[in-house]
Design a protein around this ligand. Structure first.
Ligand code: BGC
Length: 816
């Protein structure tokens, strides 16, 4: 009320000034800049050059009122233009000619929104992606460079389980977004890693929604603290790349809500991202970008999302190839669903929007609601407030951030007889594996970054002062360079949609390896994998090691072990691979993921012991691919060209399956070794009964000889009288600070009512059953250190919702 009075007063003041014939002092202008007009010390831009002050030009008035005034004034054509993006220069490679695509001020950005000069609305810019800002590093007729930092891939970041560090990474990313003149980073990506073969798993965080949501929220908070936006994606159930624009995922409402939406829910509630990107796929028969239940009822009404929803690039089109033939998305449905902005935006969509507005098929009410949200977004962008970006982000500081984050995301899978750390800089190290010399920074596609240089393992070890076997380096280095060049050529030939291929390994004779085992103290062997948009990975020679890789490991292990020397495998991969068949042959396995541009330094920091590894797995490493619960439903049916995929495993994804069905994994969810050991003591619950919240506290003591951090995982085993439930589910986690030997820290972790609840489809409600709940405090999902119990006296209906996501096909879900 008070606000309204003040605003009315401001308005009337202005009206009074106008009426009382205040002299308007128009300052002459050039053609591009609107005239400046000053009245009684208040200067405004006369955007529409009509010589008077319109409401939207009056910056003393609230954004809300100015936005309403703009919408009132906008023509249908202008609204249609506002509701779609300005295209994506270069996309014609995939789609054929599609009309105008406007290159924004930042070349290489993925797209943007339109400018409306008469309202003083500038074109805003959005750019990928999850591992850092993706823009063109060089520009025509410009000697300056625009390199960005390649941060660790999403999976590596999530493996840190360190929210403060993730926020710091977000800040570093945000700094580059802002200083390169971009308004929104199209990240984070937090789809559930339902199956290890998803080609984009590297961009995502986990098979578990809590990790996904908390990781995303921390990164969003970091990025947005810099005054730029994010776009959490891909909303939702986009868990594979095969036929990603058309695949129809059949999923139960319970699995949708408990698994596939949960991470987004956490991210929205804990970080209010400026934007959400709807996904490509269909969900239970309808494109997600057409679904009002998803984009309005759940996202906005249930969770309180305040920003805009944009489509993924060509979301709602029945395939890139159909665009040439003039296909279109159902723009009216998308608008009604609450998908405010259609990206990248092409002329057929604009035409359809305009026709629909003119004919009334698209109501003014819907268009105005969506337009208003887009204007609200634009008003908060740095571009709108004319932020003077420097084109000089803090690349040096950010290189430190990525180096630190990458080493903290590394997971020490195996370390027999303390093979690591290996700190000896006098004795020789044999470095094998083509990937040691042709390091993989991150995955391919929109999730990749144009960074200036990537530090390979070779460079990292050299910089750390290791003495490397020179003969091996001289052999491998030119070989790796040649193979990298050949792969570049292959990809050029096969087109941007081609799956990146593994580089073939260099063949070495037994004698040669034996000679190295004689002269070196230890062997480091890197195995590499890459993947990206458009394709899922395959089992043979990708998930499973290739024969030549197994032979290489065999030979090296045999030769080095014969001489009493150790073998360390370094995994430079973006997603899960098979480890069970070969891990016993080697002494240590360090999962370094695709750790970004400083990767070689980060690995050197860990293998040398400068950094004690503290990352833990955010997904299960199965013994064999077919152990994966979704294996028989991935990527879908018909097998040759999938159109449908049925999530028959329901909520039993990842450890929820492996632990409930007692399937032994190679490495379980939550697992990760350290160079030290920890003790868990003094577990306390704030109450033996649950009312509205409960705190779990636990003291962690470093009982080993070196400093280190420990991730503490809190699982809940809930009563399951009314419905089946996983044996346990992760409900909270924390990470200690760096504890010195002998030092302790008490972590306090809170459980809220919704953490106890499962989604009951028959009641359309989140319900916490009455009964006894077991709190399991573990160093991994299978290594439970302590437990405690609390009870819920009577059933709690935590939240009642509208029935949504009706199935379009019947199927039986897996039950224990
Ligand atoms: C990807 C999105 C990305 C967009 C813009 C799409 O192909 O799925 O993740 O943000 O392109 O580059």
């Amino acid at each position: 009320m008070k606000k309204t009075i003040i605003k009315t007063a401001q308005l009337s003041l202005l009206t009074a000034l106008v009426i009382s014939n205040v002299s308007w002092n128009a300052i002459p202008n050039d053609e591009t800049n609107p005239p400046l007009i000053t009245i009684k010390g208040f200067t405004f831009h006369d955007f529409n050059r009509n010589g008077k002050l319109d409401i939207w030009e009056d910056t003393r008035i609230s954004a809300n009122e100015r936005i309403d005034a703009i919408i009132k004034e906008m023509t249908n054509a202008e609204k249609a233009e506002l509701l779609i993006g300005t295209g994506m220069p270069g996309i014609e490679v995939l789609t054929g000619p599609i009309g105008d695509s406007k290159q924004g001020l930042v070349p290489g950005a993925a797209g943007g929104t339109a400018a409306f000069e008469r309202f003083g609305i500038p074109a805003t810019i959005v750019a990928d992606g999850p591992a850092g800002l993706r823009i063109a590093p060089t520009r025509e007729n410009d000697s300056k460079t625009y390199y960005a930092t390649a941060f660790p891939v999403g999976t590596a970041l999530a493996s840190t389980w360190n929210k403060a560090l993730l926020e710091e990474v977000g800040k570093a990313m945000g700094n580059e977004v802002k200083e390169y003149g971009v308004d929104v980073l199209l990240a984070p990506a937090l789809n559930i890693q339902r199956n290890p073969l998803n080609g984009r798993n590297f961009e995502y965080y986990s098979e578990d929604p809590l990790i996904s949501g908390k990781t995303a929220a921390a990164i969003v908070n970091g990025i947005q603290s810099q005054g730029v936006g994010t776009s959490i994606k891909h909303f939702a159930v986009n868990n594979e790349e095969t036929n990603r624009l058309t695949i129809n995922a059949h999923v139960s409402e319970r699995a949708i809500r408990e698994l596939y939406l949960k991470g987004f829910e956490i991210a929205v509630k804990e970080s209010q991202p400026w934007t959400v990107m709807s996904s490509y796929n269909k969900l239970n028969g309808a494109y997600t970008s057409d679904r009002k239940d998803l984009l309005t009822e759940v996202l906005r009404n249930e969770w309180g999302f305040k920003g805009i929803v944009m489509t993924d690039w060509f979301g709602g089109f029945p395939g890139f190839e159909t665009i040439k033939g003039g296909s279109n998305s159902d723009v009216v449905k998308q608008m009604i669903a609450g998908n405010d902005l259609l990206m990248p935006g092409i002329p057929v969509q604009k035409k359809a929007l305009l026709e629909a507005l003119n004919s009334g098929k698209l109501s003014q009410e819907v268009a105005n609601t969506n337009a208003k949200r887009i204007l609200e977004y634009i008003f908060r962008t740095p571009t709108f407030v004319k932020y003077k970006y420097s084109d000089k982000p803090n690349l040096i500081k950010n290189a430190d951030v990525t180096r630190k984050a990458a080493s903290e995301g590394m997971v020490l899978l195996k370390n027999t007889n303390n093979a690591l750390p290996f700190a000896d800089k006098q004795k020789e190290v044999s470095v094998f594996g083509v990937t040691s010399y042709a390091w993989i920074t991150g995955g391919t596609g929109s999730g990749s970054v144009n960074n200036k240089h990537t530090v390979s393992l070779l460079e990292g070890l050299n910089a750390a002062g290791y003495k490397l076997d020179k003969e091996l380096v001289d052999l491998y280095k030119p070989y790796a360079d040649k193979e990298v060049a050949a792969e570049k050529e292959r990809r050029k030939e096969k087109g941007v949609m081609a799956l990146p291929e593994r580089l073939p390994e260099l063949k070495l004779t037994d004698d040669f390896i034996a000679k190295k085992a004689g002269s070196s103290e230890i062997a480091f062997v890197t195995l590499g994998r890459n993947s990206g948009e458009f394709n899922d990975r395959v089992v043979d020679n990708d998930f499973n090691l290739a024969t030549e890789e197994l032979e290489m490991l065999d030979k090296i292990s045999k030769a080095f072990h014969e001489k009493g020397k150790k073998v360390v495998v370094i995994l430079n991969i973006g997603g899960v691979i098979e480890t069970a068949s070969w891990k016993d042959k080697v002494d240590a396995v360090l999962l370094s993921w695709q750790p970004g541009q400083e990767g070689g330094h980060s690995v050197a920091d860990v293998v040398s012991g400068k950094i004690n590894p503290s990352g833990k797995l955010t997904m299960t490493f199965p013994v064999k691919y077919t152990d994966t619960p979704s294996a028989k439903n991935f990527p879908g049916f018909p097998v040759q060209n999938p159109k449908e995929v049925t999530y028959e495993e329901g909520i039993y994804v990842g450890y929820r399956y492996f632990n409930t069905f007692n399937i032994k994994p190679s490495y379980e969810f939550g697992f990760g070794n350290s160079y030290t050991t920890f003790d868990y003591t003094d577990v306390k619950l704030s109450s033996p009964t649950f009312t509205d919240k409960l705190t779990v506290s636990v003291t962690v003591k470093n009982t080993g000889k070196v400093s280190g951090k420990e991730v503490v995982e809190v699982y809940l085993s809930a009563p399951s009288k009314s419905i089946d439930k996983p044996k346990e589910e992760l409900k909270a986690f924390g990470k200690t600070k760096e504890l010195k030997p002998g030092e302790s820290e008490t972590l306090k972790l809170t459980l809220a009512p919704k953490d106890l609840a499962s989604f009951l489809e028959n009641k359309s409600a989140w319900v916490a059953e009455a009964g006894t709940y077991k709190v399991l405090i573990g160093a991994s999902s299978l290594d439970i250190k302590k437990s405690a119990e609390f009870s819920v006296a009577t059933e709690i209906t935590v939240e009642k919702v509208n029935k949504s996501f009706e199935k379009d096909a019947s199927f039986t879900e897996l039950k224990p």
